[in-house]
Design a protein. Structure first.
Length: 132
């Protein structure tokens, strides 16, 4: 009888402390969108937007790129309405003046942090830099 009571107590403990068996949580999705514009030497270029799905909050974002073999840091801009969480982020790069004809390349190094989880891959994109 004591064994039955102990078994019921252990089963109740695990039922109360174990999450529902509905499977893993839904993956957090971030949509990546590009502009139809092309970068111009000597000017800033906004070429990538990140749009979180289902109101997910992107805590941090980085989007380094290469122009030829030169690393170009990306500037992340957040778009929000009246104090709400950002609903979109964009990456902008200052294109060097001597970059005409070179490739602006965004590798899978886009890194975003959502709820402590860092997703360090994104789209593999490139654009040919036009003259100014």
């Amino acid at each position: 009888m004591k064994l039955l009571g102990l078994s019921i107590a252990v089963a109740a403990f695990f039922a109360a402390t174990t999450p529902a068996l509905s499977g893993p949580p839904a993956p957090i999705r971030v949509w990546f969108a590009t502009t139809g514009a092309l970068p111009v030497a000597g000017q800033s270029f906004t070429g990538l937007a990140m749009i979180p799905e289902n109101g997910t909050y992107i805590k941090t974002a980085k989007c380094p790129a290469l122009v030829g073999r030169v690393r170009v840091p990306g500037r992340v801009l957040r778009y929000k309405v009246a104090g709400a969480k950002p609903f979109a982020l964009t990456c902008t790069w200052k294109i060097p003046a001597d970059a005409q004809g070179k490739l602006l390349w965004l590798s899978h190094e886009v890194a975003i942090t959502i709820d402590g989880y860092t997703q360090d891959h994104g789209p593999n994109l490139s654009w040919r830099v036009r003259s100014g």
